[in-house]
Design a protein around this ligand. Structure first.
Ligand SMILES: Nc1ncnc2c1ncn2[C@@H]1O[C@@H]2COP(=O)(O)O[C@H]2[C@H]1O
Length: 583
């Protein structure tokens, strides 16, 4: 009876009040909402990450040609120090078909900082911007596992990843010099192009942001054609190299697959220690410089030089007058005391050597600044008396005490590597005991390089290539030689400056001339000079270093020049009593 009544009243509610329809509508609504939440994740996140305050200006102007307003919204580029901008995240999280042309253009603009993306044609960049997704992963996250089937291709927006041979990527955290890919690089293209399994494992070394292109989009947008073009260029480059003349095309292709092309701008650091790097570098375009950071405090010549000069400062001999010595004597004394301890005529020899080096082919070039090619030094003419009167903090070096301030380092350029040359191979066949493991810096002068793992390359080489490599020998000068060269050039520069000051009166800046800021040289964004006359004066710890991240900077204070106390140059050239005689 009761059951009958319930079903009866339900019938009434269902028919007369439309409750049945209401329930159906609610179920339908719930389903739609569920679909909406699942399918439109981008939309949901849009709500979450929307910035309530718009403090950033929007610039716009009317474009007559296009008959439309062109807008530059600074909000589009707002990001938390280096992270991918929020606006771009919103776009990259939307489904490709939901992205408007304007949004695709915004994404494309934001991605210009990624070198490997910028290399593509504009139309291809737009195609990529239409389909890319955004991902952020933490340290130790494996992005690609060796041996697995490929499904995506990655561009790095922020952070670093390591390419390893093991499956879980753990070796990257044990290897002191893992093969790293940074912001602007891309990876995962090899297996997409060759439709094979992944050649290596890629693991995050820190929190890393990626723009990901999935395989279906990759193929649909004919991206593989563009990448094949790149691979063909690399093939042509290796094919032309004398080193691989005897190799078949198939073998050269193996080399192409091992390599990874990278671009570096002028002044950019390629490697802070390529000698101990596990990869080799082929220069395909432009050139690079090999630099060595020398610790001047460790050099006996520098030690002697510093004390000779400090003696001059503290004995105040600059005020003493010469008692009419003979011109020859005067010149010698002048050289020793004023422009420290060497014969400037030897500089000519150095310049000749430089010219000779430029003529030779660098593949077989031998760089050796041996003892006898160095300028003849006139010291030790002044006996160092180690002035006890000097009151400043001292540090102990191999040769004795040295004022702390004088314990500095300097970058020395030792080699320029040109297109077609290889870095990291010159010691490859030498036994460990004979190898020179001093760290050397590789800096770009605007270059494109192909990097590959050393051991992979060694697996490929045959006896013929090994024989060619055995002739490929470069000996870099010793630190002591470089230190002497530094001191010599330093003295030469001081002398030249003084001479110019003596002969040419400094030009007065005419009124109303706009001050032109000096263009920053590649080595001296913040040039630093050690002044022996003003020890203990506080100076900012600047490093004359090329575009290197802070953590790459040495613990040593680096200087570009050292100014030392010296006699007035008029002592050498008494006929020029007043400055500006040539004007
Ligand atoms: N020697 C290498 N240098 C730089 N990247 C590499 C090197 N070897 C492999 N990779 C990258 O690591 C990726 C692993 O997956 P893929 O084989 O698809 O594509 C590979 C390359 O993009």
């Amino acid at each position: 009876m009761r059951r009958y009544m319930v079903s009866h009243s339900w019938q009434v509610l269902k028919k007369e009040l439309g409750l049945y329809q209401l329930i159906l509508d609610i179920i339908m609504m719930i389903r739609v909402c569920k679909m909406f939440r699942q399918g439109l994740r981008g939309f949901r996140e849009y709500q979450i990450i929307e910035n309530p305050h718009r403090r950033h200006p929007v610039f716009s102007f009317w474009d007559k040609k296009k008959q439309g307003r062109i807008t530059f919204d600074t909000m589009d580029f707002v990001a938390e120090s280096g992270y991918f901008p929020l606006k771009a995240i919103e776009i990259a999280q939307k489904k490709p078909s939901w992205r408007t042309d304007q949004e695709i253009q915004i994404l494309c603009n934001t991605l210009q900082v990624i070198g490997s993306y910028r290399n593509y044609s504009h139309s291809l960049q737009l195609l990529l911007a239409k389909v890319m997704r955004f991902e952020r992963f933490g340290r130790r996250r494996v992005i690609i596992k060796k041996g697995q089937r490929s499904s995506s291709f990655y561009f790095i927006y922020l952070g670093r990843v390591a390419v390893t041979e093991d499956e879980d990527g753990s070796s990257a955290f044990l290897d002191p010099h893992p093969l790293l890919l940074h912001k602007g690089d891309c990876f995962g293209e090899v297996s997409l192009l060759s439709s094979s399994v992944r050649k290596a494992t890629v693991v995050c070394m820190e929190e890393t942001e990626f723009l990901v292109v999935d395989k279906e989009d990759f193929i649909a947008n004919k991206l593989e054609q563009e990448l094949k073009k790149n691979a063909n260029h690399q093939f042509e480059f290796f094919r032309k190299m004398d080193l691989f003349q005897s190799w078949s095309d198939e073998k050269v292709w193996e080399l192409v697959i091992l390599g990874k092309k990278e671009k570096f701008s002028y002044g950019q650091l390629i490697s802070k220690d390529f000698v101990n790097l596990s990869s080799i570098v082929f220069i395909c375009k432009g050139s690079c410089e090999v630099l060595r950071l020398i610790d001047l405090g460790a050099s006996p010549s520098y030690y002697k030089w510093i004390w000779q000069h400090l003696e001059l400062v503290y004995d105040r001999p600059m005020k003493t007058r010469f008692k009419e010595p003979s011109p020859v004597e005067r010149f010698k004394k002048f050289q020793i005391k004023s422009y420290p301890v060497q014969d400037f005529s030897a500089l000519k020899l150095q310049h000749l050597q430089k010219a000779w080096e430029q003529q030779g082919t660098s593949f077989s070039r031998k760089i050796n600044t041996s003892e006898n090619s160095l300028p003849k030094t006139l010291g030790p003419k002044i006996e160092s008396r180690r002035p006890h009167t000097i009151k400043c903090p001292m540090i102990n070096t191999k040769h004795g005490e040295l004022p702390k301030e004088a314990a500095v380092g300097a970058y020395m350029k030792i080699h320029t590597v040109e297109e077609g040359e290889i870095i990291g191979l010159h010691q490859i066949l030498l036994p460990d005991s004979e190898q020179d493991r001093r760290p050397l810096i590789l800096m770009s002068l605007g270059t494109e390089v192909i990097r590959m793992r050393k051991e992979k390359f060694c697996e490929l080489i045959d006896s013929e290539v090994a024989e060619k490599l055995s002739k490929f020998k470069i000996e870099y000068p010793s630190d002591e030689d470089m230190c002497q060269k530094f001191l010599m050039e330093n003295s030469w520069n001081i002398f030249r400056k003084d001479l110019v000051h003596l002969l040419v009166k400094s030009r007065q800046i005419p009124p109303f001339t706009p001050i032109r800021h000096k263009k920053k040289g590649v080595y001296n964004p913040n040039s630093l000079t050690l002044n022996l006359c003003s020890f203990n004066k506080k100076t900012k710890p600047h490093y004359p270093i090329f575009m290197a991240p802070q953590k790459c900077l040495p613990p040593l204070r680096v200087v570009q020049a050292i100014t030392a106390p010296r006699y007035k140059i008029q002592e050498l050239l008494p006929q020029y009593k007043n400055a500006g005689v040539l004007i």
